[in-house]
Write a protein that binds this ligand. Structure first.
Ligand SMILES: C[S@@+](CC[C@H](N)C(=O)[O-])C[C@H]1O[C@@H](n2cnc3c(N)ncnc32)[C@H](O)[C@@H]1O
Length: 491
């Protein structure tokens, strides 16, 4: 079994057909577990089953979604969940999680659950479960601790706005106090040999009688609990760059609409190039600039992007990519340099541009202008103060700009570090059938002097530098230009 064949998706309950509900029911019925000796209907020792009809009746509506994990075409894990609008905002509640026995302990459940609970602006996140590891996943995904007292304090809200909308929990008996949160869900699962994790959690959430499960809910107003884990999320934010860019519908976004104008501006600034010139686009995205160059008659074109699935775009990381033959011109446009929080990574992109050029070859670069976003009044953060920075980033509201417009300049969703010129953002993705996701991104924005000196130190002489916007057809200043564009020549 290889991890690579696993695919994840999510569909609304109303979009599932009969065949899919059959699969969902089959996976549950073959994997969930066995009825205990105390099952009141005399099914002790038999497998717990739920029919396709049960699923259709309970979950085939827009109120529910099902997240799937499949190995090729075979369903190996599923999570049924509900995202509802409450008087306090949206809430995500998992009603069922099943992983095929052969696929357990591979991080599948935690991938599904983190996706469902990952939106940091929801008002609460919860689950009904008898599995201690699932409760740990809830704490891991939300960085908050499941605390019966918090649930007790929010009891009325939970009953009226969360449980009331979930068929099998609406009238179930929920016992909640400072020391327990146990609900009679009616699943008489065999728990004859409790794990150590179960016993430890029983001390926090109460011992589970037969036929009951824990009701575990965390609330947005609960403070950051796992400080270290959140801190390490910040420090490792570079790992989200590829996935976030892969999910960005770049070709449809306004900033990418003026390709012909950009290519003709660039060609106008450079000396006349033969149509056979070797040209590469580093961080090419959809490959739009290469397409426009092809339309202009150029023939030797390479587009490279580590996140793109566009036809004709080479899926490589330009930080380390080396061409067997050098290029006459390399484009590296729209914040490829700056995608990462760490200067070493951004410098590696630029160094690779320089290394892949022939002496006398040209590189055209554009990076995000620090002055533009700083002038918009974004809140400041000092990333060298780990305690304060961690708290501030935790509390930052998420944006949907990458999934919608691609304009990541709205100051309400940015924390800006003045010393390192890093912008921290949270970006949410939920369109299509991919798992939902919220990513923390910290990208580098530049002053004109910074990017000029970086270019010079890589052996790229700057022949032209200007503040621009999409189209590159007008000149702006430091406060109004979103991008800084450099024309450089390799020494
Ligand atoms: C804002 S997009 C710009 C895309 C394209 N240059 C354009 O103007 O349409 C930045 C692109 O850089 C790519 N990128 C960032 N770092 C990269 C790397 N190290 N290797 C390859 N591609 C990278 C991202 O995947 C993303 O598609």
């Amino acid at each position: 079994m290889s991890e690579d064949v696993l695919t994840y998706s999510v569909l609304s309950g109303s979009a599932l057909g009969d065949a899919e509900w059959d699969d969902v029911s089959e996976l549950f019925s073959s994997s969930y577990g066995f009825y205990s000796q105390q099952d009141p209907s005399g099914r002790a020792g038999r497998r717990i089953r739920l029919s396709p009809n049960y699923y259709r009746r309970a979950y085939a509506t827009d109120d529910y979604q099902v997240a799937f994990c499949s190995d090729k075409d075979v369903l190996v894990a599923e999570a049924v969940f509900r995202v509802c609008n409450t008087s306090r905002g949206r809430a995500a509640f998992v009603v069922q999680l099943v992983v095929d026995e052969q696929y357990r302990r591979r991080g599948i459940a935690s991938t599904l659950l983190h996706a469902i609970w990952g939106f940091s602006d929801f008002c609460c996140w919860g689950i009904v479960t008898s599995n201690a590891f699932t409760v740990e996943s809830l704490e891991g995904a939300t960085f908050r601790r499941v605390c019966p007292l918090s649930m007790k304090n929010n009891e009325e809200f939970v009953r009226a706005e969360i449980l009331s909308g979930i068929g099998f929990l609406a009238s179930a008996k929920w016992t909640v106090s400072a020391a327990e949160s146990v609900i009679d869900s009616g699943f008489y699962t065999d728990r004859s040999s409790p794990s150590e994790a179960t016993m430890t959690l029983s001390a926090r959430l109460g011992v589970l009688p037969e036929g009951a499960e824990w009701l575990a809910i965390v609330f947005r107003e609960q403070p950051l609990d796992d400080f270290k884990a959140y801190r390490s999320l910040i420090l490792s934010s570079a790992r989200f760059v590829t996935e976030a860019y892969a999910r960005m519908p770049q070709r449809e976004q306004g900033w990418a609409a003026k390709t012909e104008s950009e290519v003709s501006a660039i060609l106008g600034w450079l000396p006349e190039l033969p149509r056979t010139a070797r040209i590469a686009d580093f961080g090419a995205g959809s490959g739009r600039h290469v397409e426009a160059l092809r339309a202009a008659g150029f023939t030797d074109l390479t587009a490279i992007d580590f996140a793109s699935c566009a036809p004709g775009v080479l899926k490589e990381d330009v930080r380390s990519w080396r061409s067997p033959e050098p290029y006459d011109l390399i484009l590296c446009l729209y914040d490829v340099i700056g995608s990462f929080p760490d200067d070493a990574d951004n410098k590696a992109v630029l160094a690779s541009v320089a290394a892949n050029l022939r002496p006398g070859g040209y590189a055209v670069l554009s990076v995000s202008n620090y002055g533009y976003v700083a002038g918009k009044g974004a809140q400041k953060v000092d990333l060298d103060d780990p305690v304060e920075a961690t708290r501030r980033i935790f509390a930052l509201p998420p944006s949907r700009s990458m999934e919608t417009t691609g304009e990541f300049f709205n100051p309400n969703y940015i924390l800006l570090d003045d010393k390192h010129h890093i912008a921290c953002r949270k970006e949410q993705f939920s369109s299509g059938t991919g798992l939902p996701g919220e990513y923390l991104l910290c990208d580098r924005r530049f002053t004109s002097d910074e990017i000029r000196s970086w270019a010079e130190s890589c052996g790229l002489a700057v022949t032209e530098s200007r503040f621009v916007r999409a189209g590159f057809d007008a000149e702006f200043d430091v406060a109004t230009g979103k991008e800084i564009l450099l024309i450089t020549k390799k020494r």
